[in-house]
Design a binder for this molecule. Structure first.
Ligand code: ATP
Ligand code: MG
Length: 444
């Protein structure tokens, strides 16, 4: 136990709503602790993302204390206490029996169910705090801040590890990864986000067990991937995932292209995309899984599109087909919800349209609902050396021009392009019909 005098966590840095919940539980005679990431973050002087609470009150007992409370969860029963936008999660302490039946599968009595690889399927046996601690993942995540006397309860040396910025799994690392392979991704995520090193014993089994990620449901991997890449440490997470051999189990297509690449264009594009995402988060701009997946799948998609081009009606068609092929494969590992997938597809399919910079039709791209995202993607491709910078600059400039200047610009670009290569008759005809248009239909 670390008394209040020996740690820096003050109530003023805890959300007032979390304090309300803690005090009400305590006043009703229950134990009430701030738990998990919030204690760790406060200890490190970071602003916690959310405030989770642990208690010996059962979920039904928690519900009786709060009007604004809902019980949720199938795998874990949890109480959510809602204050406007803020939800305080209250979890009952759970015991960590690792009883496995002789057939290596189910132990109904312990109410904890493991499959035959040692994975936890259900975990609902309530327990005491000194049992709850052992089912947590890393020592720095297993700290309990007691509202009764403001001390930190530390059974596993988590305070020292947090101070030393080292990530250490509780218990035997290999066993803990087998119980839940997602812990390998959590190790990477916390190391990247908190700038921790991974303790050698915790790091060692990852290479051997990486393929266990293949058995994790694709929807859960999507949640984990968004946390890895949309929390401000995407670039570092990416580097660590590669280093530990995990990338190939999340995005096999990407890992394949990167390992076979003869130049660093694809790698540059991904890295610039991820650091751009980190920058946006730092400056409080919005980020979306759609753009992220467009970046992560692009190297494989553009390679596939080149193979499709010979058979396709147009470059746009080839790209759409390539996206459909690659993203269908990627979905089996990491399930990108449809709404994101559709807009990622659009961002990608718009890329060939940036090549058309003559004729008024080219300007219609500016009105496309996905123009902004597609343009950002173009900038990325230019920065990675995949597209001429002058093309990106042309689209940067045209956006800020008044309408008349835009029209003049597309005429000029058209003439320049014709000067480059003598115009084919088809092209001439098209240009003529277009320049007649405004005169023949002035009120259209
Ligand atoms: P963040 O700041 O990213 O939310 P966190 O530490 O709060 O980090 P959560 O995923 O919110 O992480 O989980 C809350 C706590 O629950 C963790 O600190 C950890 O103690 C425990 N936990 C979560 N997931 C697991 C897991 N897969 N295995 C073991 N313990 C876990
Ligand atoms: Mg959390």
């Amino acid at each position: 136990m670390v008394p209040r005098a020996d740690h820096p966590i003050s109530r003023s840095s805890i959300s007032p709503n979390a304090l309300k919940v803690l005090y009400r539980l305590k006043d009703a005679g229950y134990q009430a602790f701030l738990v998990g990431g919030a204690v760790r973050d406060l200890l490190l002087g970071r602003q916690p993302k959310d405030f989770d609470i642990g208690t010996n009150a059962h979920p039904e007992q928690v519900r009786e204390l709060f009007r604004n409370c809902r019980l949720i969860g199938r795998r874990f029963h949890l109480a959510h206490v809602r204050y406007g936008q803020e939800i305080i999660e209250v979890a009952t302490f759970r015991a960590a029996h690792t009883l496995i039946d002789e057939d290596n599968s189910v132990d109904e009595d312990s109410r904890r169910v493991l499959d035959n690889h040692g994975r936890i399927l259900r975990d609902n046996l309530y327990g005491a705090i000194d049992e709850d601690v052992w089912r947590r993942d890393f020592t720095a995540n297993a700290l309990y801040y007691n509202i009764a006397d403001f001390s930190i309860w530390d059974y596993v040396g988590g305070v020292a590890d947090a101070r030393a910025r080292v990530l250490k799994l509780i218990g035997d690392p290999e066993t803990r990864y087998r119980e839940d392979p997602v812990r390998m991704l959590r190790a990477i995520r916390f190391a990247a986000k908190l700038d921790f090193t991974i303790d050698p014993a915790t790091a060692r089994p990852i290479a051997k067990l990486a393929s266990m990620l293949d058995g994790v449901p694709a929807a859960r991997l999507f949640d984990e991937v968004t946390k890895l890449f949309l929390s401000g440490s995407a670039l570092r997470s990416f580097e660590l995932l590669r280093e530990f051999g995990l990338l190939a189990h999340l995005f096999p297509e990407l890992a394949g292209v990167l390992s076979k690449a003869t130049d660093d264009t694809a790698e540059q594009l991904v890295k610039l995309g991820l650091s751009g995402t980190d920058d946006r988060i730092k400056s409080d701009k919005s980020v979306t899984p759609a753009f992220l997946f467009a970046v992560l799948l692009w190297p494989a998609v553009s390679r596939q599109a080149k193979q499709f081009e010979a058979m396709a009606d147009s470059p746009i068609q080839a790209l759409q087909d390539a996206w459909d092929t690659i993203s269908a494969r990627a979905q089996r590992r990491v399930a990108l919800p449809k709404r994101f997938s559709l807009s990622a597809r659009e961002v990608i399919a718009l890329q060939p349209r940036f090549d058309i910079r003559s004729g008024r039709r080219s300007l219609r791209l500016l009105e496309h609902p996905r123009f902004r995202a597609a343009y950002d993607f173009l900038l990325l491709r230019a920065a990675a050396g995949e597209v001429e910078q002058s093309v990106a600059d042309w689209w940067t400039e045209i956006q800020v021009m008044p309408a008349e200047a835009r029209a003049a610009q597309v005429e000029l670009t058209g003439r320049e392009q014709q000067g480059d290569a003598p115009a084919a008759p088809v092209r001439k005809r098209r240009r003529r019909s277009r320049s007649r248009k405004p005169r023949s239909a002035p009120d259209a």
